[in-house]
Design a protein around this ligand. Structure first.
Ligand code: NAD
Length: 258
């Protein structure tokens, strides 16, 4: 399975930890050429890269703040300079930024949340588009763009996370337009929509709180990042999902069933 991912060039934004890092590992195991991205260089970068490069693929680190549109462009340029093109783009960078209820939201907070969760994905995708199109034409299959949505995109998000939920709903929606106008370019667009996963995203909760919240889900617990990774492989693989586009795949342990 996923044999066609060997040698594929995969850019994953926001992937130094959590769900993104688990995806980097999964693609490396599949033999892909992967760029791990984050705003800052991780302290243990050398050791992490050594470990990741022992998995069977090739992994590099490309720093960029994708909430900054100019850096979205330079990230794509750096990736193409390194690997010669792009086959798969995963727009994973995202986060709450903070929790602010409606009365406390100001322009700066609005910009910070939407820049990180919505504009970043749009800008990286925009810059990657010609490369994804060229790769599809070259190999006669499809290129793949994967967005990372959220259960909050359906439910509206928890306390103080309304803007975050709305930005994720925006992602669930905008891919429909991209499918309508860029399928002719050989590019597929799909969204992986996680439920509640045990990552730094939930660093504001202690273990007891996480256990209690998880007990309320049909699966009885939070998800683990490695349980989300195979869905990225599936949408990236033309052999597995070459006729699938414009879909949202919910990876949420039954937490929400749209
Ligand atoms: P995380 O906080 O563990 O990881 C976020 C990653 O994004 C890190 O590697 C960080 O360096 C990177 N990042 C943050 N801001 C960035 C920026 N401006 N530019 C580049 N990189 C940046 O979070 P996670 O739980 O692994 O989340 C990954 C994705 O999944 C996010 O889009 C998040 O919204 C989504 N998600 C997570 C959950 C969850 O419960 N963990 C639920 C639904 C959706």
């Amino acid at each position: 399975m996923f044999d066609d991912l060997k040698g594929k060039r995969v850019l994953i934004t926001g992937s130094t930890q959590g769900i993104g890092l688990a995806a980097v590992e999964a693609f490396a195991r599949a033999g892909a050429k992967v760029a791990m991205n984050g705003r800052r260089t991780p302290a243990d970068l050398e050791a992490t890269l050594a470990r990741l490069n022992g998995l069977g693929g090739e992994v590099v680190f490309l720093p960029a703040d994708v909430s900054n549109s100019a850096e979205c462009g330079t990230l794509v340029e750096a990736f193409v300079e390194r690997f010669g093109g792009i086959d798969v783009l995963i727009n994973n960078a995202g986060g709450l930024v903070g929790r602010k209820p409606l009365p406390e939201i100001d322009d700066d907070f609005f910009d910070a949340v939407t820049d990180l969760n919505a504009r970043s994905a749009l800008m990286v995708t925009k810059h990657a588009l010609p490369h994804l199109k060229a790769a599809a034409a070259q190999n006669g299959t499809t290129s793949s763009v994967i967005l990372v949505g959220s259960v909050a995109g359906y439910t509206g998000g928890g306390p103080g996370a309304g803007l975050y939920g709305a930005a994720k709903a925006w992602l669930h929606n905008i891919q429909k337009n991209w499918v309508a106008f860029h399928t002719k370019d050989g590019i597929r667009f799909n969204t992986v929509s996680p439920g509640t996963f045990d990552t730094a995203f939930h660093a504001d909760k202690d273990e007891d709180t996480k256990t209690r919240i998880g007990a309320g889900f049909p699966m009885g617990r939070f998800g683990r990042p490695e349980e989300c990774a195979p869905t990225f492989l599936f949408f990236a693989s033309h052999a597995c999902s070459g006729y699938i586009t414009g879909q949202v795949l919910d990876v949420n342990g039954g937490q929400f069933m749209p």
